[in-house]
Each structure stands twice: as C-alpha cells, then as structure tokens.
Design a protein around this ligand. Structure first.
Ligand code: F6P
Ligand code: MG
Length: 463
C-alpha cells in the first residue's frame, strides 16, 4: 500500500523537511510556551496555576526531545480517541516490522517528515490532555483570532458582495444563467483556493500589509493568479459540480485546513454552492484539537460564526460593513440549524497517517466520504497526506499520486485546492518535470512561497 517513491524525511537537507524539523518546529513550540506562560501569569487559583506549570514542563520536555532528536516515544493514554492509532504506528518503527523504505527510522529526523511533524502536534496535545483543568487549552487560539481581526479589508470586500443572497437576473436564458453560475463558481473556487495562503505556521508575525497582499480578492487579481495554478483542473471541476444539481444526494464535503480567513473563504464558497442549488448539504471536517498551528477546531468554527454575528472585532468598520458580516453569519448559522451545513471531527484527521491509509485505518470514515458527491481537500498538509508526501515526479498524474483514494472501490471524487508550500508537487501534466526543473533554477523558493497553487481532481471509482 505504498507508492514507489520515498517519503521526505527531516534529514533530507535539500527539502523543506529539514528546515521545518530543525528550525520551524522549535520556533512554533517556543511561541506555544510563551502563549501558555502569558496565560499562567493571568491566573490566581493555586491548583490551576500548578496544573498549568506542569503543562509547560511537558512542553519543555517535548522541546528537549525535539532539540536532541530523541526517539518518538509512545503517546500516553490521555483519553483522546486516537491514542491506539498513534501507538500502533509508532510501535512499527520499533518492531522493525516493515522492511519497506517508507517505514524505517525512529527519531524526529529520520522518521517520515509528515509523521514526525504530526507527532509533535500530538505530543503538544498530550501536554494538556493529561491535565486536570487545561484539557481544552489551545496554545494557538490567540494567534488565530488575531489574524482574522487583521484581515478586515478582504473580509469586508467579500461580505459586502455576498451578504445579499445570490440571484440570477430573471431575463436571462437558461444558457446565460448557467454561464453566470460558471463564472461565479470559478471565481469563488479561486477565492477558496487562495484563502489557503494565509497560513500561520509559515507566516508568523505578518504585518497587516503583508496579510492584505495575500488576501486581495478582486476580479483582475484572480485572472492574474490563475496563471499561477500550475496544475489546473478548474474547468473539469466545474463540469463535475454542475452535474450535481438535482442529484438525490447533492453532498459536498470540505476537509478543512486553516481557521479564520481561510475558513471564512471556504464558507463563502459553500454558501454559494447551497444557494445555487449545486449542493444540498455541505459537510465540513475539522480537527479535534490544535493542529499545525492554524487548523480549524470546533471552537474556531463557533468563534468565527459568533464573532461575525455578535463580535466587535473591527472598530474601524462602517455600520454597513458590520451589518453585511452579521447577515452572512446569521445565514450560515441558519444553515447549521437546518442541517444544510454539518460540522464533523473524525479522530483520523489528527493522526500521522497519510490518506493512502485512510481506507485501512479508518474504514468508517472512508465509507462516510464515499457517500459524498465530491470531497474537497483544502491546503498544503491535506495535499501532502493525499500524495504520501514523497518524491513523486511533477508529471505524475493526480490519480496515480493519491493511490487508494482514487483507485479503491467506493473512492469518491476528490479535489485538492492547495497553494504550494512544501516539496511534493504533482499533477503538472506531461511537461511537468521540465516546468518544475525550470522553476527550480529560476525561482529556487517556488515550492514554499505560496505563490503557486494546484487545483486537481480525481474522478473516483464507484463502489
Ligand atoms: O510545516 C510544514 C507544513 O506542514 C507545510 O505543509 C505547510 O507549510 C504548512 O505546514 C501547513 O500548511 P497548510 O495550512 O496549508 O496545510
Ligand atoms: Mg493548516
């Protein structure tokens, strides 16, 4: 069940794996400790203080394990639903059970990058999950909320346009209506795609201007950015989605990535899919606990909807702008009440497995997804997981790269909307290897800048 290419690992100095494992993760962890210390300094109750001090000690222990490149020890039984899945995979490293080139290595640097990086977030979770009072503490929460509050310009640009329900002029022919919908679909797919460039794990300490530059959503801007979609199945995606209307299920799933602005863009897109009748229901899949800094948890989901309706996040906004945000938020909450939008959080999403193992390790989730008409995976990490995060050539077809998620009986249609922020790049077409080589020479940082993207679709396989 493995692809023919080796996975990236922390000791691969030529890859982003190395910079991440040796420099970025300790920085992120250091900031998490700072955040918790800030919370500690605000406490008065001795029992709670002591309990939080222990959480900090556990994070410091993790920092030391990471810094000394220790072996990945099993996860303590902290009550999370994924402990057994984690420890089963960790045990494999020690039993030498697999001789494959994929499963070797035991420490942070020689285990597969994806697994070792996910493991760090799992240990961070453990640091709080075993505590008495701080089980729900999210070390990234302040950052996530703060970045959304600094995204005012793009937030209001979208809310002022989309608060008013989506309608098509009466005098249009059926053909013209479909064309208007197609254009709207293409635009909003891009809004949803580029929403992924605001990722806190890469852009720690962005200025407001930097955020603005990343989030400009105007029409001209979108036409220009389509050139940066190196593997572009947008037309094919529209052909797929337009067939969903009137279908019995009409269900689209989003496997979410980041909270705040990206989630807001996902919701604007999902709102259009519901209003246009292209989808009857949308399922959103989030994480059960803080993950890769900015990923969506249920708390982030609730926070976004409630802050839109009741919040005072944007002191400089006009009454009209605030009203547009409130209306959008109210509509979205109503979708949730009516069961048109469903938020879910399966334990599998917070494991170190790639999606090549989704069917074997989480068959219930695979079955659930196989009932969807289209599953949209957002972002870089989900893309790494779909493609096994390995050295596949850029000309590899998306279907080939995602293995069982395309070829298993019952595999749903799968789309990946991802801005390129790490090494694995596939689906660039027959000339893809040449293009990748050219970019390697001309723009050495092209795989981590978030300037480029892919929109890739796999047609799935009926069960
Ligand atoms: O730490 C590296 C990484 O996993 C990259 O995949 C990416 O840079 C980032 O973290 C997560 O990005 P995203 O939020 O788009 O999944
Ligand atoms: Mg993320």
């Amino acid at each position: 069940n493995n692809p023919p290419w080796p996975a990236f690992r922390g000791y691969h100095e030529y890859s982003f794996a190395h910079a991440t494992m040796s420099a970025r993760l300790p920085t992120i962890l250091g900031k998490a400790i700072d955040d918790t210390t800030r919370t500690l300094n605000e406490q008065s109750d001795e029992e709670r203080v002591l309990d939080l001090v222990r959480c900090i000690e556990r994070m410091e222990e993790l920092m030391s394990d990471l810094g000394s490149n220790r072996k990945l020890r099993p996860i303590v039984d902290d009550g999370e639903a994924d402990v057994a899945l984690w420890n089963k995979e960790i045990a494999k490293y020690f039993q030498g059970e697999s001789t494959s080139h994929i499963i070797t290595g035991k420490d942070f640097m020689n285990a597969p990058w994806l697994f070792a990086e996910a493991y760090k977030y799992r240990r961070l979770r453990e640091s709080f999950a075993v505590s008495k009072f701080w089980n729900d503490y999210d070390v990234f929460y302040r950052q996530k909320c703060d970045t959304f509050s600094r995204s005012a310009e793009a937030v209001f640009e979208l809310s002022m346009r989309f608060a008013e329900p989506f309608t098509l002029a009466e005098n249009l022919s059926d053909e013209e209506k479909l064309e208007a919908e197609r254009l709207m679909f293409l635009e909003l797919t891009q809004v949803c795609l580029w929403g992924n460039s605001t990722d806190l794990s890469l852009l720690i300490n962005m200025t407001e201007d930097q955020i603005k530059a990343l989030q400009s959503t105007g029409g001209d801007h979108l036409a220009a950015t389509e050139k940066n979609i190196l593997g572009n199945h947008l037309p094919k995606l529209w052909e797929t989605v337009k067939e969903l209307r009137g279908k019995t299920g009409g269900r689209i799933d989003f496997v979410l990535d980041n909270a705040g602005f990206e989630l807001y863009c996902d919701c604007v897109y999902a709102d259009f899919l519901i209003q246009s009748g292209l989808a009857k229901t949308v399922h959103f899949h989030g994480k059960r606990y803080p993950w890769f800094v900015s990923d969506v948890t249920r708390k982030d989901w609730n926070w976004l909807l409630n802050t839109m309706v009741y919040g005072q996040l944007f002191p400089k906004a006009s009454d009209q702008e605030m009203e547009s945000l409130r209306r959008l938020g109210l509509r979205w909450k109503q979708y949730e009440k009516e069961g048109k939008w469903i938020y879910e959080q399966h334990p599998f999403w917070c494991t170190g497995y790639t999606f090549w193992d989704l069917l074997s390790e989480a068959p219930d989730l695979f079955l659930h997804l196989s009932r969807s008409d289209l599953v949209i995976f957002k972002g870089d990490l989900n893309h790494r997981k779909l493609t096994y995060d390995c050295h596949a050539p850029a000309s590899t077809t998306f279907e080939h790269a995602i293995g069982p998620m395309a070829s298993s009986a019952g595999a749903p249609k799968v789309a990946s909307l991802r801005t390129v922020k790490s090494d694995v790049v596939v689906g660039l077409g027959d000339e893809g290897d040449e293009l990748a080589e050219k970019l390697d020479k001309e723009e050495p940082g092209w795989k981590i800048s978030g300037k480029y993207a892919v929109v890739l679709l796999s047609e799935g396989r009926p069960g």
